[in-house]
Design a protein around this ligand. Sequence first.
Ligand code: ADP
Ligand code: ZN
Length: 216
Amino acid sequence: MNIVLFGPPGAGKGTQGVRLAEEKSIAAIAMGDMLRQAVAEQTPLGVQTKQFMDAGKLVPDAVVIGMIEETIVEEDASNGFLLDGFPRNVAQAESLDEMLSRHGFALDAVVFLDASEELLLERLSGRLICKACGFGFHRHYSPPREAGCCDRCGGELYQRDDDNEDVIAQRLHVYQEQTAPMLDYYAHRSSFCRVDADGGMDEVYERLINALEQMH
Ligand code: ADP
Ligand code: ZN
């Protein structure tokens, strides 16, 4: 099964995507995580990439398209994949279709995870992430049992460089300008569904599973 999960920053794509991919035994491919890893490794690509991410802008299409194609044709995606954070604009969506048909793959589901701007702002500004396992917490809505420390693995919690007020505003702007138009690209497909992301983690996950079941 091949799935695209898209939506505004802060909608919970990462959380829901990892869980869904686990349940379906497919590879979870998170573009943002791959880019942050390139930044952390300080590869030449990573150094270039950081400037865009810190400014809340999209990394150039050629960079992300190349990374995705490499990952998809790798063995661990042969059982299927869930893409989180790619595509993020119409040009990337077109490249993905072209790339998939070239490799003989198709998309079984395109899920739009939707939330109001107000909710996104609240979520992003309070977000805390585990350095070790990547699990997300929120200062107010889902605080860790012990401050600064991950409930799951004891890892150190941090705030992402781009989760500050100015960059969040820019990311939401880029979303409206570049990512939201992908709705027109995908919405008419029978594989498309919209899931309301306003709710608790389990509640949203249940909606997601129901939406996928209704589709097939
Ligand atoms: P979020 O969805 O919460 O904004 P991500 O971790 O998915 O977070 O992405 C963080 C940043 O990584 C983006 O603001 C952008 O700079 C870069 N990025 C992620 N995916 C893409 C993509 N498909 N194309 C271009 N840039 C991307
Ligand atoms: Zn952890």
